[in-house]
Write a protein that binds this ligand. Structure first.
Ligand code: SF4
Length: 686
């Protein structure tokens, strides 16, 4: 029998940020995890990954004590011996001090990302960085491209309420696969279909689980979404679906847009996207004829050198039809911009020095291998603390990441829950709590609830929270900031107070605080977030990012992708698998077994041409690397396109080299961002 049931929130890098009900079996053991029924977006439904969370928390492979490496890098647990926390923290501080003394503080590069989305535990490392003057991190790996594209048009990172999907007559899922990654979107779509007979259109380069459920699937070539969006708008103008009165009031240059689109015909887009003109016209007419059209924009289609241009082009659609004026009409990319959070205390923004070197996290491989484009005139990186991310698996140009972490002059400390491939490269591995073992609070991209989660059980073994580790390290480094004198809960209270939010205890008791805006605001009927209140068909890209010269002035196909060519005739997409969440959940064998093995989906025509049959080992390669996977003939993509779902550990691949050996660390335009689905490769039987 459970002791009780506590409310919590899913900390993972998933826009659903589900409300949770967690059975507490004892002070140190959790039982079942269920979807929170009190939250109307979660509505009691969560994904299978998190429903099994007790297996993860209490898994025998959890790290439970600090470890010091005494053997070779990359070997794993056998190469480490246990040490005490005090000794470990002393060593970490000593190595940071040595690095700073030798090369200056910019030689230290604290590195983090979204293994937890709790603002206290995820972002506190920024406070240490700012107080100590360590190298800054440009956080691009997920949202660098998508944010740039959305904000270029709308001016702010918010949009429709996710619950409004249920009010729509047409849902367009563009560049996302919520069946694998965001189960709650499917719940809302199911409601819209049942209650309103809504249609579902999916735009995706391959037939995903979501696309299988669609009324229309536009299976375009990767990186050509801007062409599709431009041609759809061409038809909207041509066939009388453009709302000119709306555009006059709410948009910047509708006449110039119409002139520009005159040449972006369905035939023009068909040649670029690989879709038929008929498919494009059919979608455009369905979209144009449906006032309540909910455009749900995902991240996938932005992970391309032209991803920001693609996002902007797609986001223009409801500004042409005026769908924003209707219930369930408009678009949602993410709502994280609507929460009024004052982040200064958590991130130590009072100590931010913008003259300190800032490096792009997506370019960790080049950074660690000494690329001057990243290091500038500054020192090499010789000491790192990594929290909440696993760059050995998730970073592009994996071979450089591996080479960098192999450097004998780099001191690497990794604070983790499991012995990840990054932890295995570390000198010092420190055991971290899961979200059920510490306090934190969460905002969401897919809904509008601010949630507070309290520690449900005592930390497993000697695990410590990110915040506790940072406070202990700060004391040793002499990093003086009041945030290091507070508990996580005190930080939450002070942040809520500074942000004008209700007190966190009551937010916790009520299961969250709904920050939803009124209809006019979330539909931008009070104006978009630019000084003149108008949506930008013609953004000022120079305001968005430094590499803006090549951005298209108006929505278009931006021809900067890694095009297929005779030596590399395939375009590779590295989409998310259902049982993994980025690299999380790959640590346990049960998750890996559910996914099977790394597999390349290959069009049957390509299989026939190359003599590939089901289960054959194939080599995918380009100048950055070479990867072996098993092939599966799959008709749900265009010839010349490959899909390898993941992210699998490198060790799961024959030969031990994973998919990110092929992806590029080139920064997407105009403000950076990882280009995971923009890779030309060769394919052959191994
Ligand atoms: S759907 Fe996303 S937010 Fe919800 S439980 Fe699963 S990973 Fe967490």
């Amino acid at each position: 029998m459970p002791l009780d049931t506590v409310l919590s929130a899913c900390p993972h890098d998933c826009p659903s940020t589900c409300a949770l009900e967690v059975e507490r079996l004892s002070s140190d053991r959790v039982g079942k995890v269920r979807g929170g029924r009190h939250n109307p977006y979660t509505a009691g439904v969560i994904c299978a990954k998190v429903a099994r969370y007790a297996d993860r928390v209490h898994h025998p492979d959890r790290l439970t004590q600090p470890l010091f490496r005494v053997g070779d890098k990359g070997v794993g647990r056998a190469a480490f011996r246990p040490i005490g926390w005090e000794e470990a923290l002393d060593l970490l501080a000593e190595r940071f001090v040595q690095a700073a003394q030798r090369h200056g503080p910019e030689a230290v590069f604290p590195y983090f990302y979204a293994g937890t989305m709790g603002l206290v535990q995820r972002d506190g490392i920024q406070r240490l960085r700012h107080v100590m003057g360590y190298s800054r991190q440009l956080s691009t790996i997920c949202v660098g491209l998508s944010d740039a594209g959305w904000i270029a048009g709308a001016g702010v990172k918010r949009g429709l309420d996710g619950r409004e999907i249920a009010d729509a007559d047409l849902v367009v899922m563009w560049g996302g696969n919520p069946v694998n990654t965001q189960v709650n979107v499917m719940t809302q779509i199911a409601r819209a279909r049942k209650e309103r007979g809504a249609k579902l259109v999916v735009v995706d380069p391959y037939r995903t689980g979501t696309a299988e459920q669609a009324d229309l699937h536009l299976m375009l070539r990767p990186g050509t979404d801007g062409a599709l969006a431009a041609a759809v708008m061409h038809v909207l103008f041509r066939d009388g679906y453009a709302d000119r009165a709306y555009m006059t009031r709410y948009t910047d240059v509708p006449e110039e847009l119409e002139r520009h689109l005159a040449a972006r015909t369905p035939d023009w887009a068909a040649a670029i996207t690989g879709l038929s003109s008929e498919e494009i016209v059919r979608f455009a007419q369905l979209y144009g004829a449906t006032k309540r059209s909910f455009l749900r924009l995902g991240y996938g289609f932005t992970r391309s050198r032209n991803g920001a241009a693609n996002m902007h082009a797609a986001s223009c659609l409801p500004a042409v039809t005026g769908a924003w004026q209707h219930p369930g009409g408009g678009a949602l990319y993410s709502n994280t911009g609507l929460y009024p959070i004052d982040r200064s205390l958590i991130e130590g923004l009072d100590r931010l020095d913008r003259t300190v070197r800032r490096m792009d996290q997506s370019r960790l491989g080049p950074i660690l291998t000494g690329d001057k484009r990243d290091l500038g005139e500054g020192p090499p990186v010789t000491a790192m603390l990594i929290q909440n991310t696993n760059p050995m698996m998730v970073c592009p140009e994996h071979m450089k990441v591996r080479e960098g972490f192999s450097r004998p002059d780099l001191f690497l400390a990794v604070h983790e829950q499991f012995m990840t491939e990054t932890a295995a490269m570390a000198d010092l591995v420190l055991p971290a709590t899961t979200f059920l073992e510490h306090d934190d609070f969460y905002i969401a991209g897919g809904h509008t609830f601010l949630q507070v989660a309290r520690k449900a059980i005592e930390p497993v073994g000697q695990a410590r929270s990110n915040h506790d580790l940072l406070c202990a390290l700060a004391r040793r480094l002499g990093a003086d900031h009041r945030g290091f004198e507070m508990t996580a809960w005190q930080l939450i209270e002070a942040t809520f107070n500074a942000s004008g939010l209700p007190d966190p205890a009551s937010v916790y008791e009520q299961g969250g605080h709904d920050c939803a805006q009124d209809f006019e605001t979330r539909h931008f009927l009070n104006g978009f977030a630019h000084p003149d209140g108008k949506f930008r068909f013609k953004p000022d890209w120079s305001e968005i990012g430094p590499c803006h010269e090549r951005m298209p002035a108006l929505p278009d196909h931006m021809a900067v992708i890694d095009e297929a060519e005779p030596e590399r005739p395939f375009r590779l997409v590295t989409a998310p698998a259902r049982s993994f969440l980025n690299s999380t959940f790959t640590e346990t064998s049960a998750s890996r077994e559910r996914e099977g093995r790394p597999t390349a989906l290959v069009h049957p025509q390509d299989c026939a041409r190359l003599g590939i049959t089901e289960g054959d080992l194939v080599r995918i390669s380009n100048r950055r690397g070479s990867v072996l996977v098993h092939a599966r003939p799959f008709p749900g993509l265009q010839p010349g396109v490959l899909v390898v779902e993941g992210i699998w550990p490198n060790a799961a691949f024959v030969g031990g080299v994973g998919i990110n050996a092929l992806t590029s660390a080139d920064a997407g335009f105009p403000a950076g961002g990882a280009v995971f689905h923009d890779t030309a490769v060769a394919l052959a039987r191994a």
